[in-house]
Design a protein around this ligand. Sequence first.
Ligand code: PHE
Length: 466
Amino acid sequence: MENKSMRGKFTGSIGFVLAAAGSAVGLGNIWRFPYLAAKDGGGLFLVVYLVLVLTFGFALLTSEVVIGRKTAQSPLTAYKILNKNWGWLGVIACIIPVMIIPYYSSIGGWVLKYLATYITFNGTDAVADGYFTGFITSQWAPIIWFGIYLLATTFVVYKGVNSGVERLSKVLMPILLIMIIGISIFSLTLSHTDESGVTRTGIEGLLIYIIPSFEGLTFNKFMVVLTDAMGQLFYSISVAMGIMITYGSYVKKDTNLVKSVNRIELFDTLVAFLAGLMIVPAVYTFMGREGMSAGPSLMFISLPKVFEAMGIAGDIIGIIFFITVAFAALTSSVSLLEAIVSSLMDKFKWGRKKATIIAAVFTFIVGVIVCLGYNVLYFELTLPNGSVGQILDVLDYISNYVLMPVVAIATCLLIGWVLKPKAIIDEITIGNVKFGRAGLYSVMVKVVAPILLLVLLLQALGVLNF
Ligand code: PHE
């Protein structure tokens, strides 16, 4: 009992929904979703994504939140309570945030560096060739920015559930939404004529983003769209790494979980869609269809060029954009650290302060190694999915592409076949809450989700190739 009283509780469903949405809305929503949508036939990707949100995503998110509330434990100990033979799953689920947070926070440090560049009106510097590479390959700067970012994350977690993550999310998430809507509207008003005399507008970019393109669509291409959407969704709602279990464990029994899950998904999907609305038209207007590229180069190389082309407005938009990204990233890294800290507290009965400091020091050490991966410890490793990467990419690959699908598949099997979906449905319907999609939920966890996740895993391992 002593341990239970130390655990925090969200004050109500709004605190919970915003904290969980804060975790879900992150770097993935802002740079990966728009890029995938532009690559995968615009509206076609959006439709596939939406269908998956309402079926696959809904089943995974519901499962985790309910496991948390039912056991009132974080992942490291929750799975064992559900079934004493499944404790190992909690260990893997907990290792994932431990692997992700060092590199996620290193990227958070890059965002702060760019924010500082724009706030001091030096955005033009960011356009120079080699600015980004010069920064990440320098030895000290990335470590310092990463350190500042991690300190902010640690501070929030140290403060506890209510004064920390709940309060932060209640303030940052509404601001984030307003800023993203503001930039999206601005993006639609853009128009630009390039040297060859071709004029492109934000509205044309919008049409590329939302109208489904079936051009040259084959079965294999559709599978690429499907797996891209699934992988993105899976990462975006922060499942399979213990976070939603942890947040679920702070939810009171009288909170309606059906409504909460719907709202979290709505928030996450809305922000992803709006991120596309702010980025795709702007990039298209100034750089054409070829401007959309994946990963860090979109956010740290292409967008600065777009801001530069906007003139004075770009200086302001650059500041607002990087504040938005910093907010999105911070509420996500807080959730990663919270899952680890909460697990340490539940497992070893440590106090929050001790657990937070130990987890932060460990993260700092690993994060420094990640930063050094671009200079002192540089190597090029070809991963099984064909991409070439450094330490950051290796940690990302193992956690996201291998361990997360494994945890999600195992969670579905545990719920679907060992405990049976009724265990989850009983918890959700406490207090006569109506769970309209109970039938869909059961089919999803038992059969559909594990199969889809297996396809994703086999693709990541290079066994399946579309
Ligand atoms: N859901 C976050 C995003 O979309 C990513 C994330 C993963 C955040 C894991 C925290 C933990 O970017």
